[in-house]
Design a protein. Structure first.
Length: 327
């Protein structure tokens, strides 16, 4: 992956008496999907000699994480439908965010979007499938050592990653992260022959709202709208603040008609939000959405994004509070 080797762990705060130590047993769990289920035998020969490996279901892994009973969890996603598998593993992702754990992801080596998505979900490290034994042994050994002696450092690294990729106002991804994920999703869609849609969203009249009520009120509106957008998207979609009052949503494996229906529902949902606080008159804000679906004429992801931006321009000039589809 483009950012191979960055330590972005799914970790929480260490509990008194339960944090990793040099004498703690090393328990490695393995969850496989699709054809990767049979990897456990070969992985058993690649783990550190002092460690044990257990094959787990998704539900079993979540329970073991909650019980602080795993040092590392290896998750292998070796299917064309890896995005659906990521959704199914949401319980592991949520459990890992609340408990000390290092997740090692194995994803299709030839799919850049899978690699980027793994880091987006804050795994500790990523390797490609099919497994390279030398790479796997080295990466897993290094991860176990980091897990045992550098727990605090891992938390610092995660915080640094969040500062680099998360917008502080909306808590969405920022433009820097978008420039990594969009090309990867574009290449993945082309390689696998799948659909890809992009929404460019603009808040109507945010400048006049800022002028009247101040930027604190404007930031609150942005957060409210970001929350409404996030509630209507999937885990495998990427939502990023593009700049100012513009938000981009990248929707892999989403046909144009489905994308348009999603965009229309977002327009309706946002128009119903009352952003008022106790000192203000009612504030109703709408959004305009430009929507583009990946087509053969798009030479790269920038061309796709540019068509979404042109569609947004058409929506704004067509009266706002609406969706426009790129020609």
């Amino acid at each position: 992956m483009k950012r191979n080797g960055r330590e972005l762990q799914l970790v929480g705060q260490a509990l008194p008496g339960r944090g990793p130590t040099s004498k703690a047993p090393i328990r490695i769990g393995f969850v496989g999907t699709g054809s990767s289920v049979g990897l456990s035998d070969s992985l058993a020969t690649l783990i550190p000699p002092e460690a044990t490996l257990e094959v787990l279901t998704i539900a079993e892994a979540a329970r073991r994480i909650a019980a602080h009973d795993l040092t590392v969890l290896i998750v292998a996603v070796d299917t064309r439908s890896w995005r659906q598998t990521v959704i199914e593993m949401r319980c592991i992702i949520d459990a890992g965010a609340a408990h000390p754990l290092a997740v090692f992801a194995l994803v299709p080596r030839d799919d850049p979007a899978a690699l980027v998505k793994a880091f987006e979900l804050r795994v500790a490290d990523v390797a490609g499938l099919p497994v390279d034994p030398h790479e796997m042994r080295a990466r897993l050994g290094a991860l176990v050592r980091r897990r045992r002696v550098a727990f605090a450092k891992a938390a610092e690294t995660r915080a640094a990653w969040q500062l680099a990729t998360i917008d502080p106002v909306t808590k969405l991804f920022n433009r820097t992260h978008l420039t990594a994920i969009l090309p990867a999703e574009f290449d993945s869609a082309r390689k696998l022959g799948q659909s890809l849609a992009v929404m460019m969203i603009d808040l109507d009249g945010l400048k006049s709202l800022n002028d009247r009520w101040g930027h604190a009120a404007g930031d609150r509106v942005l957060r409210n709208v970001a929350g409404a957008i996030g509630a209507g998207m999937r885990l495998t979609d990427t939502i990023a603040r593009f700049g100012g009052d513009e938000i981009v949503v990248v929707m892999p494996d989403t046909p144009p008609d489905v994308a348009r229906a999603l965009a229309a529902r977002l327009v309706q949902r946002v128009a119903q939000i009352n952003h008022q606080d106790s000192r203000e008159a009612p504030m109703l804000v709408t959004i305009s959405v430009g929507l583009a679906a990946c087509e053969p004429r798009d030479g790269d992801s920038e061309a796709l994004l540019r068509r979404a931006d042109e569609a947004l321009y058409a929506a704004k000039h067509g009266g706002r509070n609406r969706v426009a589809m790129a020609a």
